[in-house]
Design a protein around this ligand. Sequence first.
Ligand SMILES: *Cc1c(COP(=O)(O)O)cnc(C)c1O
Length: 403
Amino acid sequence: MRERNMQAHDMKQWIELSEQTLARTYARFPVAFVRGRKSRLWDAEGREYIDFLAGISVVSLGHCHPKVTAAIKKQAGTLLHTSNLYHIPEQADLARKLVDASFADRAFFCNSGAEANEAAIKLARRHAHAQDRGGDIICMHDSFHGRTLATITATGQIKYQEGLDPLPAGFPKVPFGDLDAVRDAVGDRTAAVLVEPIQAEGGINVPPVGYLEGLREICDSAGTLLIYDEIQTGMGRTGTLFAYEHEGVAPDIMTLAKALGAGVPIGCMLATEEVAAAFGPGSHASTFGGNPLACAAANAVVDVMTEDAFLEGVRKKARYLEKVLKSIASRLPGVKELRGRGMLWGIELDRDAAPIVQHALESGLLIGSAGPNVLRFAPPLVVTRKDITLMASIMEEVAAEIA
Ligand SMILES: *Cc1c(COP(=O)(O)O)cnc(C)c1O
């Protein structure tokens, strides 16, 4: 059926149909993919691409990982949805795995990153109000936390807030990487400090060494909470299951989404026992959150990622990726800086990144941008050395074309 549908439309028709019928929220590249396998995608005309964006850090196990596909197929034929009115074995199983692998004691499941951050903001405020503190969430310039009204207000990029007044109150901003600014901003009004261990959408910004430790100290002495948004950096992206492990500094609350379900929508908020106690029955909920299908997929993801040697293998390939990107950065015109960690890298240019992304796409390579001037590389964690070498040779061609 699907095959016949695909033949009935050529790619140009799919593009026209989506331009005519969908809300104008995305500036899409003129391509429609119909099939994927590992780090490869195929468009509706049968052309093959190598994927170094992974659906924006979502498809970290590659397209259609056999263990995830098998788990989804099995669950789809068993039970899709009941309700959080009842106990859900797959959800409890997933919570156990995430709690065992992290600082946390309890998990709340939802369907996206923005929802996970909403849960974190609500929990932090309830925790603060119970102690007669204010509800301010201190956020960072250039951060990205989602598109709901609260999370877009937490986001430190004004362009996303245009035309949305009135915005919710209580999200003061300070510069990313600046501990003194946080120290000056915290007070009795502060419920929490919210930070990405590496800012992804904001330009792959890596904070100075000791930043998380400094934030932890400030939060502890002010009696306020520390929240990590690991929606993009979590689930192995930086070479450890969670990015905070590099610094060894645990938060009170952490949010996950993107790679957690390998392409099946799922979000998660994790918290310590003490902080999680601020939620009781009825204080937060989600109809779909943590349903059997999404949790079956995420359980398969966590199982693969916590297998012996998986993350060690990711770190090894990441070192090769870094070496290759250094050489690419030395060849591209207008490069200011290469920065990142593990399988999440940005090349900052002194010019627009879009033409390079466009050229790469035309040459069969998918990369992204993070802000107007930064090229983003976030391949599936299962990318091979051969894939990385192929990416490098395509980027060399692109560099030669635009030089
Ligand atoms: C993508 C992202 C979000 C938003 O996730 P959605 O699933 O799009 O709501 C929030 N925070 C970070 C760090 C992200 O990368």
